[in-house]
Design a protein around this ligand. Sequence first.
Ligand code: AMP
Length: 284
Amino acid sequence: MIICKTRDEISAAVAELRRQNKTLGFVPTMGALHNGHLSLVKKSMSENDCTAVSIFVNPTQFNNKHDLQTYPRTVDADVKLLEGIGADIAFVPSVETMYPEGLDNVTESYDFGFIGQVMEGAARPGHFNGVGIVVHRLFDLVKPDRAYFGMKDFQQIAIIREMVRQCNINIEIIPCPIVREDDGLALSSRNTRLNEEQRRQAVQISQTLFKAVGLVGEKSVDEVKEFVISTVNSVPLLDVEYFEIVDGYSLQTISSWNEAEWVVGCITVNVGDVRLIDNITLKK
Ligand code: AMP
């Protein structure tokens, strides 16, 4: 596996692959890799000649300093994991490499419209702009044929698709299913920050979402929404920030089940100072 740190290194590695007429898949990550990330890498490896993975904790997408400071960083272990499963390139840039102009001088600004204003967009001002900036810069450097994103960050996929559309970027965006622990908790780098009791209670997030699927049709949209929020909030260490039932394509909230073909329930829960997100398809 080639490990690239600078713009010149990644550009040279990609140019060499292109010289060999190889197709390239790309998985952007913030590291602290787990099986969710690795499922994206494996899917990319099965669909492309070569796969590049970036590890970069992107400061511009954190609206909360504490979250950025405490975000788990395990680069050496991550690189070993990627080498172990046979990834071809690990791109591990510094903040200076990604933002040579300095973080205070970053000027790109995206308008994603409605899909950027709801849920995570409303709760984390500037978050999706930062995601758009870093993913666009990574796409420019890595120039992949396909890029792989997890459905765990459901809204992020809509944002990336919109950015690719607005900027006329010729990269296929491939959504990948959520990987969960055996008990249902969605894998997340942030799970490592949960203490034992928080981890034990966090399972109620996904378990409640699974139960909600069984209520579709039998109960109204509002009743299901109320069920999820009150059930999760009844768990002592869990605090629902929002739960929305939305059209999976437009992200508009719906008020009856037949209003949308694809209906997704999106939840964010604070467990102490750890913010966990999850979502589930309620109807398709
Ligand atoms: P992150 O490192 O959190 O920015 O995530 C990098 C990529 O991995 C994103 O596309 C995430 O959606 C994806 N990802 C994170 N957790 C999971 C999971 N549990 N299942 C599937 N994909 C995931």
